[in-house]
Design a protein around this ligand. Structure first.
Ligand SMILES: *Cc1c(COP(=O)(O)O)cnc(C)c1O
Length: 403
């Protein structure tokens, strides 16, 4: 919830911008630190959710590792304070250069997603006379009960190695001299809301798969269960900190581990989504044939989730909160300026009477927001503005004077 003092200061800042509530970030990260210690889990933050340097700096300062999915993420995580031996690197299509750079940095592990990748990493390690730590990502064929674009653990998905290749995989690992096999990796999807049910199922399946590998002579030292904890997009003020306790305690209860086995998790969205808000202004109000449109200066180039997978974000009129409330709520189709019909923030949203220049908050945008921004239509990239450095933000240029 944004207080009136903050909203007043927003008036002076040029829009659109990503606002990060650093106090909420700290409280969330500290909660994860405390609960993961209690349940004996190691945490690697999934950098792709939000790669801002200050955010990464805070997370790395708490002793977490990083889960990366590209060579640039590996290098950036390292520059932002994550020690190389706490960086793991997943992804189905690592290029030779990306593998080379990560190997030279001495990362904790490559999370390999195909037999050919393991072969290539072994060959490259041999060339450099090194031994690379490898964890193998398994596709456990589990339905995460989430949106089909963010489901990753079904056989129809491109991620991980499936059961039909297990025997070939074991054979390959056995003969790969420049690879040190350290464990198994899983990540079944994102924005999982049936937390206890889905993660209990994942653990049961993981227990079976770990046993299979161990029975076949491979020592599984690390069991990495990936990320996926969902956040409350409907009620960000009611649930600012996601339910890490249910997630971690389900894993703690259900995973079969020996004292010499470490269990890892990789939260992304759940650590950063609620601390971010995309702040925008109403550029024009337009009465259509059947609807009223609010046209904002933020669009799908700033935040692609609604256009890409129909994601819901709560939208609030901040300026209206500062005025005496008169009249009733109105239904608006809230849209962006980009020349695509999918550039819609929300249809039929009820808001107080809204006018040109009003500040609008698009909530829960700290994850998969700024990192996915593009310059489509040659728009400028929306900058990050931090709650503890509001005075550093770019000044408003008084463009909304003509009402
Ligand atoms: C994206 C990703 C995550 C993080 O997922 P969230 O749903 O954001 O928690 C974790 N692990 C891997 C391998 C990923 O690709």
């Amino acid at each position: 919830m944004l207080d009136s003092g903050t909203i007043e200061r927003f008036e002076k800042i040029s829009t659109p911008f990503y606002y990060y509530d650093m106090d909420l970030l700290r409280r969330t990260v500290d909660t994860v630190a405390e609960l993961s210690a209690r349940h004996n889990l190691r945490v690697h933050y999934a950098v792709k959710a939000n790669a801002d340097s200050r955010i990464l700096g805070y997370i790395s300062s708490k002793g977490f590792g990083a889960d990366c999915v590209s060579g640039n993420e590996v290098l950036h995580a390292y520059e932002c304070g994550f020690p190389a031996d706490k960086i793991v690197y997943a992804g189905v299509g690592k290029s030779d250069k990306e593998i080379h750079d990560a190997m030279k940095l001495g990362i904790e592990a490559f999370n390999c997603e195909s037999l050919q990748e393991i072969f290539v990493i072994n060959e490259m390690a041999r060339e450099y006379d090194m031994v690379a730590n490898v964890s193998v990502r398994i596709n456990p064929d589990i339905d995460a009960h989430t949106h089909k674009y963010v489901t990753t653990g079904l056989y129809e998905n491109k991620f991980g190695i499936s059961q039909h290749e297990f025997d070939k995989l074991i054979e390959l690992l056995d003969k790969s001299r420049n690879i040190n096999f350290i464990g198994l990796h899983f990540h079944i999807g994102s924005q999982i809301t049936r937390v206890a049910e889905v993660f209990a199922l994942e653990c049961e399946r993981v227990n079976e798969i770990v046993s299979y590998f161990e029975q076949n002579g491979l020592k599984v030292k690390n069991i990495n269960l990936g990320g996926g904890l969902g956040v409350d997009y409907d009620d960000p003020d009611g649930n600012p900190i996601p339910d890490f306790e249910t997630w971690f305690s389900t894993i703690d209860r259900k995973i079969a581990r020996r004292p010499d086995q470490a269990v890892h998790v990789e939260p992304g969205r759940s650590m950063v989504a609620q601390c971010g808000t995309l702040i925008s202004r109403v550029v024009f109000v337009k009465s259509g044939e059947t609807k009223n449109f609010l046209i904002l200066d933020a669009g799908m180039n700033d935040l692609i989730r609604p256009a890409l997978y129909g994601a819901y974000h709560r939208i609030e009129n901040l300026s209206a909160q500062m005025r005496p409330f008169f009249g009733s709520h109105q239904a608006y189709d809230i849209v962006g300026p980009v020349c695509e019909s999918s550039d819609v923030w929300g249809a039929g949203r009820l808001l107080p009477l809204s006018v040109r220049g009003d500040l609008m908050a698009i909530r829960s945008t700290g994850a998969y927001g700024q990192v996915m921004a593009s310059r489509y239509n040659m728009k400028d990239l929306a900058p990050a503005v931090f709650s503890d450095r509001l005075d550093d933000a770019p000044r408003n240029n008084d463009y909304f004077k003509i009402i």
